[in-house]
Design a protein around this ligand. Structure first.
Ligand SMILES: Nc1ncnc2c1ncn2[C@@H]1O[C@H](COP(=O)(O)OP(=O)(O)OP(=O)(O)O)[C@@H](O)[C@H]1O
Ligand SMILES: [Mg+2]
Length: 301
């Protein structure tokens, strides 16, 4: 079954709510389902890049300012179906440098044009602000995934985020939708965590994903090993939760073109008309790429 291609921006201007953990592990979960997936690190902190053990000297900043094309900064990962566009500290300058450039809010959208068709799913990890970088993500995206930490101030700032999404839809990107809110770092034994989940669900109803990401120490350990949770501990509660979230999102993606085989990606073959492989700089796992079980094949425990 081939789904319609989708670009998801993982957005919340609050810091530390689980954006990167969600972007990095959702991307791995989609790749595990053999969906050609591209993870874009749009945060100068470059946490999504380090979550895959990638430290790149040339990265998204260079493509955004027009020093090179996006394809030149794509790297492969240990997962055959997952590619990554890394970030780095230079990107801090982009917020300022892009201000005086024409169509500054469309730089990512335009730069991605050549790559879109090569991937079934693109996931953009955004920085903790509603600045120009996040705006670029919202303009390039089809849908927004909002991670929300199960803590007392969870709803704080959400009104501002929803207004921003609405304004972008009105002025810049009519196709933009909210895919859903994902509750993160939930602890079912903690009363406050349960209350926050109930409150968010009563506010937002079916805009909240059924899958809830539990607080799970394995999720916080995985990035220091440069691996997504699926390659670090596939049986952990965190891995299972992200597989469920990916499944939920995939269910909402309607099939459009039956009959096409799964796209070939990874270092073996570049999935565009050109057969050039993507740049190999900084790639963590060009050797021995891992083929993973599908979500259905993973034990839930
Ligand atoms: N479900 C979880 N269980 C345990 N720890 C988690 C979980 N999700 C995230 N963390 C940890 O919480 C911290 C913040 O998570 P993360 O980096 O994903 O948030 P973020 O929203 O991307 O932060 P920033 O706004 O700085 O980009 C990290 O140390 C991460 O490992
Ligand atoms: Mg982050």
């Amino acid at each position: 079954m081939v789904s319609r291609r989708r670009v998801f921006a993982v957005v919340n201007q609050k810091g530390g709510v689980g954006k990167t953990t969600t972007a990095a592990n959702l991307a791995a979960s989609f790749a595990a389902s053999e969906r050609a997936t591209l993870l874009i690190d749009l945060d100068p902190q470059a946490n999504a890049s380090s979550a895959y053990g990638v430290k790149a000297t040339t990265h998204i900043y260079d493509a955004l300012i027009g020093r090179c094309v996006m394809k030149d900064v794509v790297v492969t990962t240990e997962l055959r179906y997952l590619h990554l566009i890394p970030s780095g500290r230079d990107l801090y300058g982009a917020e300022v440098e892009l201000i005086s450039t024409p169509h500054r809010e469309r730089r990512l959208d335009v730069a991605l044009a050549d790559l879109r068709d090569a991937y079934e799913i693109v996931i953009i990890d955004c920085p903790p602000s509603l600045g120009l970088l996040t705006l670029n993500a919202l303009v390039a995206a089809d849908a927004v995934v909002i991670p929300m930490q199960c803590e007392y101030y969870a709803l704080e700032g959400l009104a501002g985020l929803m207004e921003t999404i609405e304004a972008v839809r009105r002025e810049l990107n009519q196709k933009l939708t909210v895919e859903g809110i994902v509750l993160t770092m939930a602890d079912p034994r903690n009363t406050l965590s349960r209350q926050v989940e109930a409150e968010v669900r009563s506010h937002f109803g079916d805009r909240v994903f059924t899958a809830v990401i539990p607080r799970n120490v394995r999720l916080s350990e995985a990035p220091s090993h440069g691996k997504p949770i699926l390659l670090y501990d596939i049986h952990s509660k965190g891995a299972v939760a992200y597989l469920h979230l990916a499944e939920e999102i995939l269910m909402s993606m309607r099939p459009v073109t039956p009959g096409l085989g799964p796209p070939t990606v990874g270092s073996r073959r570049w999935p565009t008309s050109s057969q050039d492989p993507p740049s190999s700089q900084g790639q963590p796992g060009s050797q021995g790429q891992t083929e993973l079980a599908t979500p259905e094949q993973v034990n839930d425990r």
